[in-house]
Design a protein around this ligand. Structure first.
Ligand SMILES: [Ca+2]
Length: 174
């Protein structure tokens, strides 16, 4: 059972980008391809680096600057996480983004002002002709809690061609 589909719910997330020079710029959804502040939008039947062409992927392109970051912050989950719940992701780059190199994260936060966002999964990927597919069980600290979720892509030092896409990003309950 899919508990929370971050790709399908992307329009409900609050999207922002940041770099050293412009912290936390709000972004529209869908954004416009080519926006130097970064953008998030769906791509339909786009060619990906592994030659696949999913019906829909979520593209999250960080600002075209060194250490650019884009992130989408999602609403509180409707139900508490249980032991055994898992995060499933499949991600990578659009075809042609040959200089692509970025760090993809899904983070969670329980809403407690004394705590902070913590990574559920962290994957650094580059344009290597394949997508990264991972499954990560719920962090022990998150079990029994309703949480907020966030997608984040960090460009790192080089911000060229970071056409980062999420083909799958969802929380499942077996
Ligand atoms: Ca890759």
């Amino acid at each position: 059972m899919v508990l929370y589909d971050l790709v399908a719910r992307a329009a409900s997330a609050q999207w922002t980008s940041s770099t050293g020079s412009y912290p936390y710029t709000p972004l529209p959804f869908p954004g416009s391809g080519g926006d130097a502040k970064g953008f998030a939008h769906y791509r339909y039947s786009a060619d990906l680096e592994d030659g696949s062409r999913p019906v829909r992927v979520l593209e999250t392109f960080p600002p075209a600057k060194s250490n650019g970051r884009i992130e989408g912050s999602y609403d509180l989950m409707a139900s508490s996480l249980k032991s055994g719940d898992r995060l499933v992701v499949r991600l990578g780059f659009l075809k042609g983004a040959t200089s692509g190199l970025a760090t993809f994260k899904v983070l969670w936060w329980d809403g407690d002002p004394d705590s902070s966002w913590q990574a559920w999964i962290t994957i650094t990927d580059n344009y290597d002709g394949k997508l990264e597919e991972r499954t990560a069980t719920v962090p022990a600290d998150a079990v029994g809690k309703r949480v907020y979720l966030m997608l984040r892509v960090d460009a790192g030092a080089s911000a060229t061609q970071d056409a980062a896409v999420w083909a799958v990003a969802r929380v499942e309950r077996p």
